[in-house]
Design a binder for this molecule. Structure first.
Ligand code: CP
Ligand code: NVA
Length: 304
């Protein structure tokens, strides 16, 4: 399939229709993979991966995804490139665009991924910035769809920090007709513009009360209170114990509620082991779905 957008930076770029087709394709990639089918759709295609921050899932899922579809992924550490000696981002990206078919980057400041996209003639994928994590949202929606057999009409509860993962998730919910209730401490709400834009299509509740959020929820999602770019450990006091997803909070949602977390998790902080290892947790399917949904994303951005 072909996407209208050249780049995938926030999740806002996708229309509802495109998202629905992408999710169908992701599920098809997964089914085919399980049957041993690995079409060489990305033969001779290369993906440059640039990581300013550490990663386990994003790096491995993109690298193995490219390999499984017959392509190749190069892991480029900014410190090994001439970037570290003062070559500009613009010149670096223009250079890469002449060699590779797509670029995926994990950055601190979101304006950097925007700059990369602006200077790249090939598709650019945000592998996480301080503000957004769209690839995570794609895998999360795929996981919810698999488990609940639908997206429209569901209620998601986000508990904790209104962070990068939360911002992209709100866009994802707005493209899928999912209502979302977000429980954060004061001052830790998601991006105002994301909320404002998305309120046009779905119900978004912002609250300081996790119990209110999870009432009637089909899905509960959380993430670390200390994202990679956050240095201020004092913030933990604002989150604990109130914003921890534990068995008692899970019980206040629907009986068949599922639990998602992008990982890495800080067990005992945002989530207890009893929840993340419990029967309602789908985090390992969520992890796996990064692989399949990113194959759908890559082939679609490359118009294959
Ligand atoms: N969820 C996620 O993006 O994990 P990594 O930081 O390990 O890539
Ligand atoms: N919010 C987390 C997500 C990690 C995948 C962070 O930015 O570190």
């Amino acid at each position: 399939m072909k996407l209208k957008t050249k780049d995938f930076l926030t999740f806002e770029e996708l229309s509802s229709k495109e998202l629905s087709l992408l999710l169908e394709l992701s599920i098809k990639f997964k089914k085919d993979f399980k049957k041993g089918k690995q079409p060489a759709l990305l033969k001779n295609k290369t993906l440059a991966m640039i990581f300013q921050k550490p990663s386990t899932r994003t790096r491995v899922s993109f690298e193995t995804g490219m390999f499984q579809l017959g392509g190749y992924a190069l892991n480029l550490s900014p410190s090994d490139m001439q970037l570290s000696r003062g070559e500009t981002v613009e010149d670096t990206v223009k250079t890469l665009s002449r060699y590779v078919d797509a670029i995926m980057a994990r950055v601190y400041d979101h304006t950097l991924i925007e700059k990369i996209a602006k200077n790249s003639s090939v598709p650019v994928i945000n592998g996480l910035s301080n503000s957004y994590h769209p690839c995570q949202t794609l895998a999360d929606l795929m996981t919810i769809k698999e488990k609940k057999k639908k997206l429209k009409g569901l209620k998601v509860a986000w508990i904790g920090d209104g962070n990068n993962v939360c911002n992209s998730l709100i866009y994802g919910c707005s493209r899928s007709d999912i209502d979302i209730s977000i429980a954060t401490p004061n001052g830790y709400e998601p991006d105002k513009k994301v909320v404002r834009d998305s309120k046009k299509t779905i119900n978004i509740e912002l609250t300081n009360d996790p119990a209110k959020s999870v009432k009637n929820a089909d899905v509960i999602i959380t993430d670390t209170f200390m994202s990679i770019h956050i240095k201020d450990k004092k913030r933990m006091k604002k989150f604990l114990p109130k914003f921890q997803v534990n068995s008692s909070l899970m019980k206040q949602a629907k009986n068949n509620v599922i639990f998602l977390h992008c990982l890495p998790a800080k067990r005992g902080n945002e989530v207890t082991s009893s929840v993340i290892d419990g029967p309602q947790s789908v985090v390992w399917d969520e992890v796996e779905n990064r692989l399949h949904s990113q194959k759908a994303l890559l082939t679609s951005l490359l118009n294959i």
